[in-house]
Design a protein around this ligand. Sequence first.
Ligand SMILES: C[S@@+](CC[C@H](N)C(=O)[O-])C[C@H]1O[C@@H](n2cnc3c(N)ncnc32)[C@H](O)[C@@H]1O
Length: 180
Amino acid sequence: MPKVIVLRWGHRPKRDARLTTHVVLTARALGASGVILSDIEDEKIRKTVEKVTKNWGGPFLFEMGKPWKNVVKEWKTKGGIVVHLTAYGENIQSNVLNKIKELGKDILVIVGSQKVPSEFFSKEISDFNIAIGNQPHSECASLAVFLDRLFGGEELKREFENAKVRIIPQKRGKKIVKKC
Ligand SMILES: C[S@@+](CC[C@H](N)C(=O)[O-])C[C@H]1O[C@@H](n2cnc3c(N)ncnc32)[C@H](O)[C@@H]1O
């Protein structure tokens, strides 16, 4: 299984707080190993992520404030590839996901918020520009579909380490176990 880190670009604290939180929750729940909130720091998001991993388990990396170019450069130096999720890219329904899987490399997934810098589309930055269908929708939805296709659903069975709260699946109603 490749290691996947999500780079969230373009976060605007006032406007995107809820959506960025959902990007992080989606990344964690669907198999990514962490999120880097690039170019900006937002303590509120950090606190939320810490609370979630403390209660629901980890490990899960969260970093913020690093310039996106540095993140990409470091990632590539370590041998990873970069996938930019964009409505303008190659449709995931083409053979492109097989090509990514065949490479077997760790993946930095870039998702935007506002209009992304045009450099994101270049071969110097993104090894692949991937569209989850060529219609505009949401960073959360595109990330969820990409991760689920990449991991083939296996990520949904993952047990998180050191969780204080676990859900016991029920046909009806809610059951949780708490560990002190
Ligand atoms: C709500 S969109 C904003 C796009 C922005 N208005 C633009 O023109 O670039 C935010 C992010 O969602 C992701 N996204 C939206 N639709 C997508 C799609 N069909 N496939 C892949 N990613 C998508 C991209 O990462 C994009 O940067």
